[in-house]
Design a protein around this ligand. Structure first.
Ligand code: HEC
Ligand code: HEC
Length: 237
């Protein structure tokens, strides 16, 4: 081959290398300035600019949720629990038309920092309703309280408070609080386990429990927990 031929091939190769280097630079460039270092509080109040709306719009600026609309409280919930729920919405093991696309638009880092952020917000304290729990005399007196506090052993349903803590204040990573959550939200979750729309609980504890409940049971027990004031700040076990 002539010298000119070698030079041509050499230039082609050089061009290819430079082109590939440029391509690599473009591909490795950080995502457009949107959210690379937004913190949890910022995403919660503004969204991430890539499809996740401001969480505060629905979950409240204090993370306290909205009773009437059935948007759950996130403030003070355990970080690992919150993160698992966001991952479940993102990977489709928990179905919800609003939260599925929202969680899928968050990357892993954003899900983690949002879970951390909400877990550190103080509990939204609702008006203190009953400092002490009154046990009903019979199931007919107050079917919701009966299920919550005593369960239904003939159907292998333990009292809800055995796992969810006294008055449903929540226990650690695995047992989220029910006290003060909107009744509609609690009922929706029990129905979601029945239908299989929520299937992210590794041990399937709630599927078994929800399947044993009638629609009346669900309404009664949801109303009972919704009426329990949220735990006092600092009372998280
Ligand atoms: C348009 C209203 C709306 C917005 C905005 C919204 N959510 Fe939600 N969120 C809901 C609803 C409704 C539910 C209950 C869904 C269900 O029944 O599973 C929910 C449930 C959740 C849950 C599950 C709570 C639990 O106790 O298991 C988490 C966690 C959550 N949202 C986090 C977020 C985060 C983080 C953002 C912001 C990136 C956000 N949400 C934005 C409406 C919203
Ligand atoms: C044997 C333990 C156990 C008992 C008893 C129990 N639960 Fe649960 N519950 C769980 C676990 C574990 C979860 C979390 C599932 C997950 O990680 O998605 C849960 C979650 C829930 C949630 C979802 C809360 C949220 O923030 O999304 C509701 C609602 C609920 N339980 C209602 C009840 C009711 C009502 C009863 C009584 C009839 C009850 N549970 C009894 C273990 C239990």
């Amino acid at each position: 081959m002539s010298q000119a031929g070698y030079r041509f091939i050499f230039h082609r190769m050089l061009f290819n290398v430079i082109f590939l280097l440029m391509l690599a630079t473009v591909l490795a460039a950080p995502a457009p300035a949107t959210a690379a270092d937004m913190d949890g509080a910022t995403i919660a109040s503004q969204g991430n600019g890539r499809g996740a709306a401001a969480c505060a719009t629905c979950h409240g600026t204090d993370g306290g949720g909205q009773q009437a609309a059935g948007f759950p409280r996130l403030a003070g919930l355990n970080a690992a629990y919150l993160r698992h729920q966001l991952e479940s919405y993102a990977n489709g093991t928990r179905d919800n038309v609003i939260m599925n696309p929202m969680a899928a638009s968050l990357d892993e880092r954003e899900r983690r920092i949002l879970a951390d952020y909400y877990s550190t917000l103080p509990f939204a304290v609702l008006p203190e309703k009953s400092a002490s729990i009154s046990f009903p005399e019979s199931e007919q007196d107050d079917p919701g309280a009966w299920l919550a506090l005593r369960g239904r052993w003939e159907k292998q349903v333990p009292a809800c408070v055995q796992c969810h803590g006294p008055r449903g204040i929540g226990v650690g990573e695995h047992f989220p609080p029910l006290a003060g959550q909107p009744a509609k939200y609690i009922a929706d979750q029990l129905q979601a386990w029945q239908s299989g729309a929520r299937r992210n609980d590794p041990l399937g504890l709630m599927k078994h429990i929800a399947d044993a409940l009638s629609n009346d049971d669900i309404q009664a027990v949801s109303a009972w927990f919704a009426a329990q004031s949220a735990p006092i700040e600092g009372a998280n076990p």
